[in-house]
Design a protein around this ligand. Structure first.
Ligand code: VG1
Ligand code: CO
Length: 545
């Protein structure tokens, strides 16, 4: 019944290099014969003790999800994995996967998702690998997998008949047990341990209307489970709550451009007191208040400043970390609270060691990602619950909370400009152009300030001493303003150029400017230096955050 076949292919796939978070390609690419199977084989060969171990496999429900899960289970059987845990309907958010890996002491997990990239036959597909601590595989492992894939011309598979994944159950195939489980329960139980659901639901039922947008992706069922079933709110509080293969045509990236329908409800129509959205696989979050958008860097700072409001963190926190392009708003809070603050490269995998060693409790990225040591991934719904808990405890509005924060700590005006899917040659040209200018920038005038430091960021992990180079070009000015330039490692079409701008205003300065105005001198001078609009032939960025 579980006869193992060795399938040979003519030549290896040479393009299976994982990016910032997993391997992402067009759906069509992943539909090519043997493409997914070979990458899974490369992953399995990178594990030392696969036989006899437990693996978690799930995805965000995008086109091809269940079909890919079936193939992976067949490959697991061929590799004599002891237990494969798959959620019902194959739906498991990234943070829920991280939790399940930890709870089941699994060797790791495979998440079928291209996260915030669009789905469907014309969209993207992806494979994320998480290791036994529940976090994304570090560079050492992803580099090893890429190396293996360069020569891989065969994989093992057991072409067994599998059940539909629409019912719970346990099934045996040779040495392997397949368990189909409830993908929601463990996660919402964990949230219930961290947060006081009664306090949040009382607050939301009083006079504080909320709308959560799941963007037709994986968080719909989780949000309904938590807000409707557990807290007893009306089901209207979750919009776009049914996971669809193509996300209903939405681009499930929770920002002001791709979630403009939600932004409109909060910022223009002012219909709700609180609004939030998550991305395709549920690890990102966007927080909105009535007439007010919370920049993710500020969100991390507010979360850090208010641990005393949240039951799960009342004992205090050991430290915080942020990715390099994330604004320094959290650093100011960390200094005030006398806790360490680490600066890592972009990508959640760099937080893993710090969390495992309890050097940090909270961490976040400017790209709508915040999280804590409860799992080893950023966690969208966790952030939403965190904000609601703080608001409930303080009994205030989102804008009151953020304004009070700025009054106390000052405001780090911040913005990211993305030029998406531009020709790779142009992106590389802009990048190399700035790289070559960096050594001569020090001391020069930039945006009315002197350049204090200009470099290509590199990071030495304080736990395992691994070195990660070429993590983004930075210009740091004497007043601590920063301009950063990076190329995205998650896009699939051409290249995406990301520019990040930050400028600090103390509480005595004007704290209510439009960030684009406050940052204009930096934005203009970078344009003068690099001619980005001329080279990209774009007058404005694709996305401004
Ligand atoms: C982007 C973000 C980064 C995030 C990564 C994965 O990477 O900038 O902060 O960790 O996406 O997020 P890049 O290389 O495109 O800038 V997710 O939600 O797509 O797993
Ligand atoms: Co994501």
């Amino acid at each position: 019944m579980s006869e193992v076949k060795e399938i040979n292919i003519n030549s290896p796939f040479l393009d299976q290099k994982p990016g910032t978070s997993g391997l992402r390609k067009s759906t069509l690419k992943f539909q090519e014969e043997h493409y997914l199977e070979i990458f899974i084989e490369a992953i399995f060969r990178s594990f030392k003790d696969l036989e006899g171990s437990t693996l978690v496999v799930g995805g965000d429900g995008r086109y091809g999800n269940l079909e890919a899960i079936k193939k992976i289970v067949q490959i697991c059987v061929a590799h004599k994995i002891d237990k494969v845990i798959v959620p019902k309907d194959g739906l498991l958010s990234t943070p829920a996967t991280s939790h399940l890996i930890r709870k089941e002491k699994a060797i790791g997990g495979i998440i079928l998702s291209a996260s915030h990239n669009p789905g469907g036959i014309e969209g993207d597909f992806g494979v994320k690998l998480n290791i036994s601590n529940g976090g994304p595989a570090p560079e050492k492992i992803t580099n090893e997998i890429f190396k293996l894939s360069q020569f891989l011309t065969s994989y093992k598979i057991s072409q067994i008949e599998l059940p539909d994944f629409n019912q719970y159950g346990s099934f045996s195939y040779g040495k392997t047990t397949l368990e189909i489980i409830d993908g929601l329960k463990d996660y919402s139980d964990l949230m219930e341990k961290i947060f006081d659901f009664d306090q949040i639901s009382d607050f939301l039922k009083k006079d504080f209307s909320m709308i959560f947008d799941a963007m037709n992706a994986v968080t719909g069922p989780y949000a309904k489970n938590i807000f409707v079933e557990k807290m007893g709110l009306s089901s209207n509080c979750v919009m776009n709550g049914i996971p669809l293969e193509d996300f209903g045509g939405l681009h499930p990236d929770p920002n002001l451009t791709y979630a403009s329908h939600l932004a409109d409800l909060l910022l223009n129509k002012k219909n709700f007191s609180f609004g939030a959205a998550c991305d395709g696989d549920g690890d990102r979050n966007m927080i909105l208040g009535k007439g007010c958008f919370i920049n993710p860097s500020d969100s991390l700072a507010v979360i850090t400043a208010n641990t005393n409001c949240v039951p799960g963190y009342k004992e205090g926190i050991s430290g915080v970390a942020r990715s390099m392009p994330t604004s320094s708003a959290v650093d100011i809070v960390a200094t005030a609270f006398n806790i360490p603050c680490f600066e890592t490269p972009t990508g959640w995998k760099f937080f893993g060691n710090l969390l495992d060693q309890n050097l940090i409790t909270l961490c976040g990225e400017e790209s709508f990602g915040t999280g804590s040591n409860h799992v080893r991934e950023k966690d969208g719904l966790w952030a939403v619950l965190y904000w609601l808990q703080v608001l409930a405890e303080k009994n205030c509005s989102v804008s009151e909370l953020i304004n009070n924060h700025w009054q106390q700590f000052g405001r780090n005006y911040y913005s990211r400009h993305d030029y998406e899917a531009i020709p790779s040659e142009i992106a590389n040209q802009i990048f190399l152009n700035l790289s070559s200018k960096l050594p001569n920038l020090k001391g020069n005038n930039f945006a009315g300030n002197a350049v204090q430091h200009a470099d290509n960021f590199s990071y030495s992990d304080p736990v395992d001493n691994s070195l990660s180079e070429n993590q983004g070009l930075r210009i740091i000015l004497e007043d601590k303003s920063r301009v950063i330039l990076r190329l995205s490692g998650t896009g699939t079409k051409g290249a995406t150029l990301r520019l990040y701008f930050e400028r600090f205003f103390n509480p005595k300065q004007n704290l209510s400017l439009d960030p684009q105005d406050a940052l204009k001198p930096l934005i203009d001078d970078l344009e003068n230096l690099l001619n980005i609009s001329k080279l990209t032939k774009m007058e404005t960025p694709t996305v401004i955050t």
